[in-house]
Ligand binder design. Structure first.
Ligand SMILES: [Fe+2]
Ligand SMILES: [Fe+2]
Length: 337
């Protein structure tokens, strides 16, 4: 297990919490970004119907089609699923921001947090069921990895700043939308239309979530531009932490690095995407146009330089000849990928 980091939390009466609290009406006005439950898709809508008369034939067609996926796309899918399955970690992290002290509070922030969690919960469920039914991966190894990841937890590394959780959520919703969308395209290219449809459905949810968090952070920039700029700089100082960063299967000590290597090699999520996300958020939050002084102005400068910096890094990495070393994944019965 990773050693505990020393992150002090903001005191409950901090000015940043007061600003977040002041957003209750704003959040209420955006609760429509959650889909009404009756109109939401559920995993069952996208999986073979095991209660139907012809379930055997349906399952057979489903499994044949899943065989079209190459190992590297399976690795990406398993890693994405594990990341979604660690939802308790992200709900815990966001609870610090969108407080729901009773677990059934009726404030707009609490309603958002529970509605968002309920929508996200379908993502891991659906990908888990898909993978199990394909019969192509070692579900026991996958489940162990989920167990480890939830146990190891998740830290975006900047817990002393309450705004950081929301900035982080805006970033990650966009990153997951991109990643599920790219995997849909690659699966479709291989003829696996079932998985393509699944990933597109999930990506569409992430897109709504992204709109919510991006709007909320834009409002933070409006109400407290200096505080928001400092928090955003704090998030970018380190590479924005990946939600599955602490995944472990009890075997490969570099599991996350190996998974990320495959994700980047197949083009599902690259350093160029990272640069583009920062660029997009900078525009959405009008970083160039903020009137700031002192430390906040320096932070603004730093933030505006990051898309260029990562784009250059991407050029450098792509210019290197060479090959990502392959690793053996317990998820795939130790086949290399
Ligand atoms: Fe998700
Ligand atoms: Fe999401």
């Amino acid at each position: 297990m990773k050693s505990a980091q020393d992150h002090s939390l903001a005191p409950a009466n901090s000015p940043s919490i007061a600003v977040i609290e002041s957003l209750q009406d704003y959040v209420e006005g955006n609760l429509s970004l959650l889909a009404p439950v009756e109109r939401c898709w559920q995993p069952t809508d996208l999986l073979p119907n095991l209660t139907a008369e012809g379930w055997r034939e349906e399952m057979q067609r489903f499994r044949e089609q899943a065989r079209l996926l190459p190992d590297d796309l399976l690795v990406v899918l398993v890693g994405n699923m594990i990341t979604e399955e660690a939802l308790p970690n992200y709900a815990i992290a966001l609870e610090r921001v969108a407080r729901d002290p009773t677990g059934a509070t009726e404030t707009p922030w609490a309603l958002w947090l529970r509605g968002w969690t309920a929508e996200e919960n379908r993502h891991g469920d659906l990908l888990n069921a898909y993978l199990r039914l394909t019969g192509r991966v070692d579900m026991l190894a996958v489940e162990r990895t989920v167990h480890h990841l939830i146990h190891n937890g998740f830290s975006y590394g900047n817990e002393s700043d309450e705004y950081a959780g929301l900035i982080y959520a805006a970033f990650q919703e966009r990153a997951t939308r991109l990643s599920h969308g790219n995997l849909a395209r690659l699966a479709s290219g291989r003829g696996e239309s079932n998985l393509a449809a699944i990933c597109r459905k999930i990506a569409a949810d992430e897109a709504r979530h992204e709109v919510f968090y991006t709007k909320v952070v834009r409002e933070l920039f409006r109400r407290d531009p200096a505080g928001a700029a400092l928090a955003y700089r704090g998030a970018l100082k380190k590479l924005v932490a990946m939600p599955g960063g602490r995944m472990a299967d009890g075997r490969d000590p570099d599991l996350f690095a190996h998974y990320s290597g495959v994700v980047s090699r197949v083009g599902v999520y690259t350093i160029r995407d990272y640069a583009a996300i920062i660029q997009h958020l900078n525009e959405a939050w009008d970083l160039q146009g903020l009137q700031l002084v002192g430390k906040a102005a320096k932070a603004q400068d730093y933030i505006c330089r990051q898309p260029g910096r990562y784009a250059e890094l991407a050029d450098e990495i792509e210019g290197r000849t060479g090959e990502t070393p392959t690793a053996r994944f317990s998820w795939l019965f130790d086949r290399p990928s």
